[in-house]
Design a protein around this ligand. Sequence first.
Ligand code: NAD
Length: 481
Amino acid sequence: MKRVFHYIGGEFRPPSAGNYLEDLDPATGEVIAEVADGDATDIDAAVAAASRAFPSWRRTPAEERSSLLMRLADLIEENFEELAALESLDSGKPIALARRLDVPRAVRNFRFFATAILHAETKCHPMDDRALNYTLRQPVGVAGLISPWNLPLYLLTWKVAPAVAAGNCCVAKPSELTPLTANRLAELAREAGFPPGVINVVQGRGAGAGRALTAHPDVPLISFTGGTRTGADVMALAGPLFKKVSLELGGKNPNIVFADADLEEAVATSISSSFSNQGEICLCGSRIFVERTIYDDFLARFLDRAKKLEVGDPQDPSTEVGALISEAHLRKVSGYVALAREEGGEVLCGGKRPTSLPERLRGGWFLEPTVVTGLDCSRRVMQEEIFGPVVTVTPFDTPDEAVAFANSSRYGLSASVWTRDLGKAHRVAAAIECGTVWVNTWLLRDLRVPFGGMKESGVGREGGFESLDFFTEAKNVCIKL
Ligand code: NAD
């Protein structure tokens, strides 16, 4: 059985306490690897290695840091197929999606920050003829990077790339459910020539390695992506230690379709925004609101397409919906389908395991794309993040009502708006309480823009120079003239 170790100080090391977790294939339920279950001792070793590497790394010229990041991007590209296959195997996502989204984005993350640091500028504030202020942007030290299982390599590299580009060393703690691509990334970082200790990976559970990293006194910065409840724990641990914290948390995103929208395109993209990655993307539009005059037409077309989605073997290139991450998660998501019925909703399709799966996938965690109607916005199914292939569809009458429905949530991550009326698009976009609004599209990401959530979807922004700001301290130097 393959064993996945930590990567500390440039070496692959077994867990100090000798404990391992089983890594399961979501499509079959079978064990595919044993993963080091890191603890505070492993975190201490990784933080010590990162601290040792920091004085030299922070002084490494930006051009050299940039070249190493570029080299790593090239290596990810050279190992594209292997990484896509590992990601699909580990997370249950369709291989086609790993090829289209996850691995290309990991490459882009490194190239983006490798080039960004070559174009960094700083501000100068002259005080007439009295003094000159300028701002130095300096790396923070050892960055703690905690990432989830839904986009494992994509989100891990979204943190590692800006952290080390800005001159920090890092200790990354990937999800215990999807350790494989993080482990492969560590191998590639070594091959690229990153000095030992600049990038470290400690595997294991959140309660062990995750909490130890968050609470470590020599880790002044935590970038966390995961669930809202976990984010609260991270904040509670990091707050009294006055760490810099960025939290990218859950979502319950509205997808608003006005009667004047290009209906065919709105339906096609809404299918993607509902069911891509089995609905396990924080940006999925899980609450669809449709203007009443086109509600029946939209729903009929949407249902027709949802029923035709290919649910099946993640490794088959024609599969559109793969397996959910774990048995516990499938139980949670199925529980929300049952709750939808209890709350008076109607399940128009899905809600059950597909009947046509081959024998090999008998033990896998599959759920058909599920469409629910008939619930009002106060219901739990409309309020709580389900994070699976389950969407609600609800009619509205006016733009104000659509905005009120959209904002009737504790979350505020993203939204989509479908309309051909430019003025309405601007007004609605401005009124929705969330960090990203897409108009007539979904998941179109420019890496330069600020990314993050309002309300319970997060604290802080990453993306572009906002990431480089987060991963550095601003220092004002005031020179009397
Ligand atoms: P999770 O919160 O359970 O785990 C995320 C990571 O935190 C994992 O590495 C886990 O091991 C670690 N962790 C768990 N408990 C911890 C603790 N007490 N202290 C420190 N670390 C701990 O989330 P998940 O189930 O892996 O991911 C799904 C969630 O992530 C969803 O809510 C989704 O919306 C959210 N998400 C948000 C974004 C975003 O950009 N806003 C992106 C992707 C996923």
